[in-house]
Design a binder for this molecule. Sequence first.
Ligand SMILES: NC(=O)c1ccc[n+]([C@@H]2O[C@H](COP(=O)([O-])OP(=O)(O)OC[C@H]3O[C@@H](n4cnc5c(N)ncnc54)[C@H](O)[C@@H]3O)[C@@H](O)[C@H]2O)c1
Length: 349
Amino acid sequence: MSSKLRCAVVGLGMGRNHAKTYAALPDSELVAVADLDPKRLEEWAPTIGASKCYTDYKRMLKDARPDLVSVALPNFLHAPVTIDCLKAGAHVQSEKPMALNVAQARKMRDEARKRKRVLGINLSYRFTAAAQSLKALADDGFLGTPYHGVTRWTRRDGFPKFGSWFGQKKLSGGGPLIDLGVHRIDLALWLMGNPEPVSVSAAAHDLLAREKAKRLKAQYDCEDLAGGFIRFKNGASLLFEISWGAHQNDPESMNTTVLGTDGSLVHRNEGGGYQFVAEFHTTRAGQKLSGQIPVQKGFEGQSSQADLVQAILHGKRPLADAEDGLRMQYILDAIYKSAATGREVRIAR
Ligand SMILES: NC(=O)c1ccc[n+]([C@@H]2O[C@H](COP(=O)([O-])OP(=O)(O)OC[C@H]3O[C@@H](n4cnc5c(N)ncnc54)[C@H](O)[C@@H]3O)[C@@H](O)[C@H]2O)c1
């Protein structure tokens, strides 16, 4: 019998990357994949090395009995499918966002606790080589006391599959904020040492998307841009701006800057794509020092699937788990509520 962790994946969009990773890691194997769309199964299963394919994930859980399942489905399915997998005895990695809202995310967290299963959330930007280097510096005290952050991910015209589930609130939970904002807000919080959020003041706009939906006769009822301000219990603060479309120069612009009393750290993309750099700024012995930390570009850092496999095998906490997903969900719910009411919203956990 194999001593490798037996992994499965539901959803073969982003899930293809999960599947390839499980198949390639030394301590895991890919035992099955499921997708509602038989064409996607037919097209991708051979290239990702999956021998067992299912259109019904419940049958997959019964037949293949995986130890770990990645749930890489449209957002409205994260909660119900994760809970089904946990009930079938599997550990789970849910894609981000954890769920559509706090109520669903709490149910997922509680089910994992009850069944003593590990529930990881794919906060994949923590695993970029640039983010790993910055976190090592932050944990080593480079920042001093982190007191403010600015985090952005804005696109010129980067609506994912316009007219699909991504732009329909009941299926996605929201627009760019819940899709992209999750990553950039998480990155800032993580580098700041995960301070406890206490309130949010935010705005959301949909003027560009509304016009585009009308022109293309497509379904769309989410924001196209969200911006705002988060306060934390320790006095720290965070500004954020996230969009799928706006008149700007770069096709894609990401920048997360965390300011501390002793220095600042920056995780940003270069050249309008997915190459990331890690920067620092500080003053030491009266000298202003700035520089780039040499890191691998892109996602070559340790993957979140690799981290989760090791966490399960060695009984450790994964780097991004249900508590991280749930904390983010409180922030997301508060941002959408603040944007809808035009008022500051307190976060009571
Ligand atoms: N971590 C990241 O960087 C990252 C990147 C991209 C997407 N994502 C997340 O991954 C998730 C999926 O996004 P995507 O871009 O792959 O979407 P997608 O629409 O391309 O793919 C979803 C897949 O799920 C399948 N599916 C739908 N309902 C199903 C069901 N009941 N049973 C089995 N299969 C079903 C669809 O047929 C489709 O193949 C989203 O939550 C998204 O936020 C994360």
